[in-house]
Write a protein that binds this ligand. Structure first.
Ligand code: P6P
Length: 352
């Protein structure tokens, strides 16, 4: 009986291996995940030379090959849309870069079984200062059966996601995803151009000592979050405090570090973001699915993110995500010290 001698498992091999988790799937989800990984490799190549591109000319000008240069987030969006359109499994995309849903009208994709919500390049303002950025994606089976997808296909509860993941373009490039059977991380090996399994069965520590929040907004935070942050800073060695503040302004990177080390990421309501800043369907929901699948928790401060019914594809929500005990502790402070009226109300009138 042949036994492979190498212990390297590529993303493609892993997806095929795990296909058995989906008894009725005929490989469509596997193929869709592979389409995303191809676009990720192309985006990675451009992100890694972004500085060079800036030297060669500003976005909007022509590069030495005479191609018009695009802002990297527009470029990233185009790569993922192209890969998903040609892959044939995806009927449409809701993207941070597009006001409305993008429907693929070539025959194979109009009947594609899935739709994708994505933030093609989250944290892109960090590109010019060489700080890690990321792509976030969320996959649903369509609710509509034939013909073009409709916006209802994209406004499903996060608990209905069939897969969620992110790519972090950092010191190394990693793809982390879940299909509801745990979380696995793959590191891109540029020498072979493959994502290779490097972090099998990722679990977030129940407790951590890292909190990630933009303290510049402190005076506009709910009273309970002000008190929670002060509690994180307390001189309380018995409870491993003061915690460490780590916030780099890139959700994917802050989330990824906290997933590995334990910690909490908070973007609460603020004066400038009364509904929170993060977007429900292509930032909060995928991160919430990953967090829960890794043993963590994700809420809007009151309600599980995955239980919120989206009303608009660009709807914002407050986000508390990470180690379960830290999310619970932050919510205890929020409920005890904040005005109940601060609780997010989800109605069609104002969602953004
Ligand atoms: P602020 C990036 O724009 C982003 O959506 C997240 O990646 C990041 O965590 C957050 O916004 C940063 O927002 O207001 O702290 O600059």
């Amino acid at each position: 009986m042949y036994r492979p001698s190498r212990n390297l498992v590529t993303l493609g091999e892993f997806i095929i291996e795990r296909q058995a988790d989906f008894p009725y799937a005929k490989g469509e989800l596997s193929s869709l995940l592979s389409d995303i990984s191809i676009a990720a490799k192309i985006v990675n190549r451009e992100v890694n030379k972004a500085g060079l591109v800036n030297i060669l000319g500003e976005a909007g000008t022509d590069n030495i090959q005479g191609e018009s240069q695009k802002k990297l987030d527009v470029f990233a969006n185009e790569q993922f849309l192209a890969a998903l359109a040609s892959g044939g499994e995806c009927a449409g995309v809701a993207s941070e870069e597009n006001d409305d849903i993008i429907l693929f009208d070539n025959h194979s994709t109009v009947n594609g079984k899935y739709v994708v919500c994505m933030d093609p390049l989250d944290g892109s303002s960090n590109i010019d200062v060489n700080v890690s950025v990321g792509t976030i994606f969320s996959i649903y089976r369509r609710k509509t059966k034939n013909g073009p997808a409709t916006v209802e296909d994209f406004l499903q509860h996060g608990s209905d996601q069939v897969a969620a993941g992110y790519i972090v373009y950092g010191s190394s490039t990693m793809l982390v995803y879940t299909t509801g059977n745990g979380v696995n991380g793959f590191t891109l090996d540029p020498s072979i151009g493959e994502f290779c399994l490097s972090h099998p069965e990722m679990r977030i520590p129940k407790k951590g000592n890292i909190y990630s929040v933009n303290q510049g907004n402190f005076i506009h935070f709910p009273e309970g979050i002000k008190k929670y942050i002060k509690n994180c800073q307390a001189d309380d060695k018995a409870n491993n405090k003061p915690y460490t503040l780590r916030y780099i302004g890139s959700l994917v990177s802050d989330f990824h570090r906290n997933l590995i080390k334990g910690g909490i990421y908070i973007y609460p309501t603020t004066l400038n973001s009364p509904k929170g800043k993060l977007r429900l369907i292509y930032e909060a929901n995928p991160m919430a699915m990953i967090a829960e699948q890794a043993g963590g928790k994700a809420t809007d401060g009151y309600k599980d993110i995955l239980e919120i019914k989206p009303l608009d594809i660009h709807q914002r929500v407050p986000l508390y995500v990470g180690s379960e005990s830290m999310v619970n502790e932050s919510m205890k402070f929020l409920h005890e010290f904040s005005d109940e009226n601060m609780q997010p109300q989800y109605n069609a009138k104002s969602v953004n």
